[in-house]
Write a protein of this length. Structure first.
Length: 452
């Protein structure tokens, strides 16, 4: 970050130039995703240097290239592209007027909660949301700069924020200056990037205390640590959960491709019929979105939610092929998300066997063995567990359960499944994003499609 007066002035000037060059254009950090007219920002990462791909970005149609080195094809040279991008986003935020901003964070469910919240708030007015999972200290500023005109015209803005290390959430919260903050849960995701589980907990809780202008806190009622710490929060507080709160899940069940939900509110018990198969984590995310929308002025969110279509590709997406139920939960992994998935699978899959194809849970640090053993305990009652050993940390699950098959080759796992699974069985696919479990799933689906 800039420190001297000259550095501050230079960064501000560079940020203004970036805003001018990026107006009406998409911002891309990956040269492979660049299309005609885009802005490509060359960043130096831990493994790759974006400057090496400037030529590829230009060939793909980049109109503007921002870099920290003078090279052929560069439109704007800045001292630090990340800092300039962040300061450009700050200029956009400072230009906002009469807009209520909401920040959502948590170990699991951020994107789902953001999407539902934005859907509900759109019933009240123009609503901006950060796209996809652009939730990092680079992704959030890039989203703000890229969609500045949309954000400036909005009545509400919903930001998904994540953390890769200490201070990330506080940094983004101070940038956004939200009116309301939402904490979905505190689990073990990314715990390996922190000194301890307590340090990760403090990072998540910082979303409520990093900006003095936060007037509303919405949080998980089932975590006593959160309840205790929010006693000191000076604004309005709303809670969702299984055990109590302003949105308490009473019960849920499944009928074909619908999820039936009963929940308690201060106004009484309510019921909803939701499109698709929602697991308990999704429903808790819905509870957070419900309370957020109510706090923003939407009288009865349950009137709109039955028409909502759950966008859950890779996040517990359920389909059937050749009589076999396939659950695609390959987007990411943690012991908590596996527990949520298993609880729901046991509710809607009453006949046939259950198989789980699982890979490693990454970024667990010293907790890696314990996290995998805990995940194994949740899967212990499945009739078959197959380990995808592209990353060998998953082998720790063998301490908690009997493994049916293991391999690092997607074709071998797909072949084993095609010979052992039959109609009425369920197969659950799960691993951290970098493990690329979707390759195993895709190989299996292609194999049984060919067989049929």
């Amino acid at each position: 970050m800039p420190e001297t007066c000259e550095e501050v002035k230079r960064t501000a000037s560079e940020a203004e130039r970036l805003l001018h060059l990026a107006r009406g254009r998409r911002i891309r950090l990956d040269s492979r995703a660049v299309e005609s007219g885009d802005v490509f920002i060359a960043l130096k990462g831990k493994r790759t240097d974006g400057h090496s791909f400037i030529g590829q970005a230009r060939a793909n149609g980049a109109e503007v290239v921002v870099a920290s080195e003078e090279r052929s094809g560069v439109s704007l040279v800045v001292e630090d592209p990340v800092t300039v991008l962040f300061e450009a986003a700050r200029l956009v935020i400072e230009a906002l007027k009469d807009i209520k901003k909401i920040v959502i964070t948590g170990s699991n469910g951020k994107t789902t909660a953001k999407e539902i919240t934005a859907f509900l708030l759109s019933q009240l007015g123009k609503t901006f949301k950060t796209p996809g999972n652009m939730n990092t200290d680079i992704g959030v500023p890039a989203s703000i700069v890229e969609r500045a005109e949309e954000l400036i015209a909005a009545d509400f803005a919903v930001f998904e924020v994540a953390t890769d290390g200490p201070g990330d959430i506080a940094k983004l919260t101070r940038l956004i200056e939200p009116f309301a903050a939402v904490l979905l849960n505190v689990g073990t995701a990314h715990v390996g990037n922190f000194e301890s589980g307590q340090a990760l907990f403090e990072e998540k809780l910082s979303v409520f205390f990093s900006h003095a202008g936060i007037s509303i806190a919405i949080a998980n009622n089932d975590d006593n640590r959160i309840l205790e710490r929010l006693k000191d929060f000076p604004g309005r507080k709303y809670f969702f959960g299984m055990a109590g709160g302003d949105f308490r899940i009473r019960d849920y069940d499944y009928r074909k491709d619908k999820t039936l939900l009963a929940f308690d509110t201060p106004e009484g018990t309510k019921m909803m019929r939701l499109n698709g198969t929602w697991h308990i984590g999704h429903i808790l995310d819905l509870g957070a979105a419900y309370l957020t929308a109510q706090a923003m002025g939407l009288d009865e969110p349950s009137l709109y939610l039955p028409s909502y279509v759950l966008r859950n590709d890779g996040r517990f997406a359920v389909r059937s092929l050749n009589g076999i139920t396939v659950v695609d939960d390959t987007y990411n992994s943690s012991p908590e998300s596996i527990r949520a998935a298993v609880e729901s699978i046991n509710r809607f899959h009453k006949t046939g066997r259950r198989f789980a194809v699982v890979g490693s849970i990454l970024e667990q640090g010293d907790n890696a063995i314990a996290s995998h053993q805990k995940a194994g305990e949740y899967l212990r009652d499945f009739e078959g567990v197959i380990l995808y050993t592209k990353d060998d940390q998953v082998l720790s699950m063998e301490e908690a359960l009997q493994v049916s098959f293991r391999s690092s080759v997607p074709e071998e796992i797909a072949f084993w499944l095609s010979r052992n699974a039959r109609a009425n069985d369920l197969i659950y696919f799960k691993a951290s994003r970098a493990v690329e479990m979707e390759t195993v799933l895709r190989t299996f689906l292609e194999m049984i499609s060919d067989d049929s």
